[in-house]
Design a protein around this ligand. Structure first.
Ligand code: 13P
Length: 250
């Protein structure tokens, strides 16, 4: 399992449903030239490309975008944590709002997947976040509390799991919360249970080269989960280089 405490900050590229062999080879040709001390870079391609990215990548870790609740058997189309572990995958995004929305993924399913990932020594990146409607009715903290309590299992701790705060309304929209709002939500998450105090908590939602430096200055944010901007390799590299994430103790 990757030793999270070795890193001061985390940059997770969620490619979503994008990529091709050509895209990957050009991407890694650029990324492989960079070596980021203490900054953990995780590439999450669509699953058919996991192995290819793993083979080409020199300094990055590889993450899946989802996994199955099932271990093995007659579950057509599923990819188990055991298989992900077998092919050497280090991280896996779980509970992304797009999975919650389009594939009706519940907190219970997210918890189940997280448990299995931990058992297979893969680090889950557990996504939580409120919708615009929930934000506008001042329910952000209530939603975060519920998602955390229902989707993070007992066995999750600061060494084997990561949390990503991704306000649904900020994903792919170019809109972001204010810096204070991000700080408040991250602080709130840490306080839900004292075991979250030293968790790595990433921010995701329209992170780009224009706002990443400021977001990286927020004390309670340990890195970023990046969609659109992670597909542009020059921008992704700049985001990593320009960030000022340090290892704070809370
Ligand atoms: P964008 O960076 O495109 O807003 O996507 C964020 C996200 O969903 C990362 O998981």
């Amino acid at each position: 399992m990757v030793e999270l405490s070795n890193f001061t900050s985390f940059f997770v590229a969620n490619w979503k449903l994008n990529g091709s062999f050509q895209f990957i080879s050009q991407y890694l040709e650029s990324l492989n030239k960079e070596k980021f001390t203490k900054k953990c870079v995780v590439l999450c391609p669509p699953s058919p490309y996991l192995n290819y990215v793993k083979d080409l990548s020199k300094h990055s870790f590889i993450g899946a975008q989802d996994c199955s609740c099932f271990e093995e058997g007659a579950y057509t189309g599923e990819i188990s944590t055991k298989i992900l572990s077998d092919i050497g995958i280090n991280f896996c995004i779980v509970g992304h709002s797009e999975r919650r929305k389009y594939f009706k993924e519940s907190n219970e399913a997210v918890k189940d997947k997280t448990l299995k990932l931990i058992e297979n020594r893969i680090i889950p990146i557990i996504c939580i976040g409120e919708t615009l409607e929930e934000k506008n009715s001042n329910r952000t903290n209530e939603i975060l509390n519920k998602q955390i309590n229902e989707s993070v299992p007992e066995s999750a701790n600061e060494h084997n799991s990561i949390i990503a705060y991704e306000p649904v309304w900020a994903i792919g929209t170019g809109k972001t919360p204010t810096l204070n709002e991000i700080e408040d939500s991250h602080k709130f998450i840490r306080k839900i249970n004292k075991k979250f105090l030293n968790f790595k908590i990433l921010y995701g939602g329209s992170v780009n080269i224009k706002n990443s430096k400021q977001i990286s200055d927020i004390k309670n944010v340990d890195g970023a989960l990046i969609g659109g901007a992670s597909l542009k390799i020059e921008e992704f590299i700049k985001i990593i280089i320009n960030s000022s994430w340090f290892n704070f103790s809370y």
